[in-house]
Design a protein around this ligand. Structure first.
Ligand code: NAD
Length: 499
């Protein structure tokens, strides 16, 4: 992928974009049944990008009917695995070929930096479709050890119609995390993007048709949570829901399932993840880059953000000095400028929420060392990267998910205290540990109740490694890795009695 190098170039591309405005159902574009639309706003400028169909229960019904018909006719669900693989590989290629267009669309829709959008859409999204395409014809069933008189086969079958409900922080990447394994498994899908960021998932559906995905296999219904999202959660003809979003809304999906057809619900939810630096760690460039990335990547709008930075008191001053230097050098501004490090928050509402947490930190007695408010002189929903020292485990900024660019430093006296503070949370998504002592690293990794532990470098892992949360961060379901496909398969035993 060759990409332009200046904001001016990206603005030219932006000027030429045609934004999707309708729901994508059964291989074509549809107005909402109600005729309603909602405005789609660029949070970095406040400009209205256009209007989008306001899907609700009637549109979800239509999408589920198309998905069910496509599932039952077998053109995808019973296609040979190598045929599914070929279509998904073509989709990966199409995303690569359209990566710049999709990245600009996503940046305008979300306020995310073009740098991040290009990385996610140019590299990660196609990698997901490619990896699960390759898995499609390399998955085997089992034969049970039942003896000479029987052959008992254990086979996996696609679960049917899946409902995928997505957040706004990585719009196309989260779509790929769920769609790639669901489609590779042979399911048909009804996908609802977040209302803040509907565009790239809609465009992806069109590209999937171009890649050869049969009509009705992928349906995208833009709309709001309480209407379209709830209709998916309560639908009696959706077999599984996979949800990524807040813990509060995840709980609704369990309720919807229990009040409808008891569909299994996979939940990927919020976090309040620790970043632990022990006294023996080298406070070098790599560690500081990880600390900055862990707190400020994607403007802190990241479920695995390591906002609680638990630093051994013996190295805290050095750590803080270097973190502040780097924080002050971060460029906040035009998301379409390739030199920008932090773009806009996704909406004015979310910006207010983040600012209210910063005020809570100040009033609860945390010591503000950098940032601390909305970015001066910028038109949209920007927040300056903020660093607090003197955060204590009881403060709201240490307990609740902020989902913005706030790094809070908590001092710890030794490894046991660091572990105690790190464990003191309702969430369990992620943790990072820095130490030169491999024994301590493993000790902490095993004692931290969370789905991913990164040692000596902040990372969420990649397509090969399962991602999900313990406690209020998730259910047993995992995205990514071979584990993700399990969400979209069911297990059948075929017991053959031999004569
Ligand atoms: P959200 O929970 O507000 O919304 C997520 C989705 O649910 C959206 O599509 C929304 O329309 C829908 N929704 C909202 N209310 C609903 C309702 N009453 N019924 C049905 N659907 C409803 O989350 P968000 O603000 O879009 O995203 C941020 C959250 O997502 C954060 O908590 C973040 O930690 C989490 N997240 C988790 C992961 C992960 O893999 N664990 C990844 C990204 C984001």
């Amino acid at each position: 992928m060759t990409s332009p190098s200046s904001a001016a170039d990206y603005r030219v591309i932006a000027g030429r974009l045609a934004f999707p405005s309708k729901a994508y159902i059964d291989g074509g574009w549809h107005e909402a049944a109600s005729g309603k639309v909602f405005e789609n706003i660029n949070p970095a400028t406040g400009a209205v990008l256009g209007t989008v169909a306001h899907g609700d229960a009637a549109d979800v019904d239509k999408a589920v009917a198309a998905a069910r018909r496509s599932f039952e006719d077998g053109a995808w669900s019973r296609a040979a695995p190598e045929e599914r693989k070929a279509v998904l590989l073509r989709l990966a290629d199409l995303v690569r070929a359209h990566a710049v267009e999709l990245a600009v669309m996503e940046s305008l829709d979300s306020g995310k930096t073009i740098k991040d959008c290009l990385n996610e859409i140019g590299h990660e999204v196609p990698t997901f479709f490619q990896w699960y395409a390759e898995l499609a014809d390399k998955s085997f069933g089992k034969v049970a050890p039942t003896g000479e008189k029987t052959v008992a086969m254990i086979v996996k079958e696609p679960v049917g119609v899946v409902g995928l409900v997505l957040p706004w922080n990585f719009p196309l990447l989260m779509a790929a995390w769920k769609l790639a394994p669901a489609l590779a498994a042979g399911c048909s899908a009804v996908l609802k993007p977040a209302e803040q960021t509907p565009l790239t998932a809609l465009r992806l559906a069109e590209l999937a048709t171009e890649a050869g995905l049969p009509a009705g296999v992928l349906n995208v219904v833009p709309g709001f949570g309480e209407t379209a999202g709830q209709a998916i959660g309560r639908h009696n003809d959706i077999d599984v829901v996979s949800f990524t979003g807040s813990t509060e809304v995840g709980a609704y999906f369990l309720k919807y399932a229990s009040e409808s057809n008891l569909k299994p619900v996979g939940l990927e939810m919020g976090g309040k993840s620790p970043f632990i630096v022990l006294e023996d760690a080298d406070i070098d460039d790599a560690l500081i880059a990880s600390a900055i990335n862990a707190a400020f990547w994607n403007g802190g709008q990241n479920c695995s953000a390591n906002m609680r930075q638990i630093i051994d008191l013996k190295v805290k001053d050095t750590f803080l000095h270097r973190v502040l230097e780097k924080t002050r050098a971060l460029v906040v501004g035009d998301p379409l400028d390739p030199g920008t490090d932090l773009g806009s928050m996704v909406s004015a509402e979310h910006q207010s929420r983040v600012l209210s947490y910063i005020e809570a930190g100040k009033s609860e007695g945390a010591r503000l060392l950098a940032g601390g408010g909305a970015s001066a002189g910028l038109p949209g929903c920007f927040v300056d990267p903020t660093v607090f020292d003197g955060v204590t485990p009881a403060m709201r900024v240490a307990r609740e998910e902020i989902f913005g660019p706030v790094l809070g430093v908590i001092g710890a006296n030794g490894v046991d205290e660091a572990l105690k503070i790190a464990r003191d949370t309702d969430y369990g998504l992620h943790a990072t540990i820095f130490t030169r002592d491999i024994d301590k690293a493993f000790h902490l990794a095993k004692r931290l109740p969370c789905g991913t532990v990164a040692v000596n470098g902040f990372t969420e892992g990649n397509v090969t490694t399962p991602f999900g949360g313990y406690k209020r961060s998730g259910s047993l379901a995992r995205d990514n890795g071979t584990e993700a496909v399990e969400q979209y398969l069911q297990t059948k035993t075929i017991w053959v009695s031999l004569r």
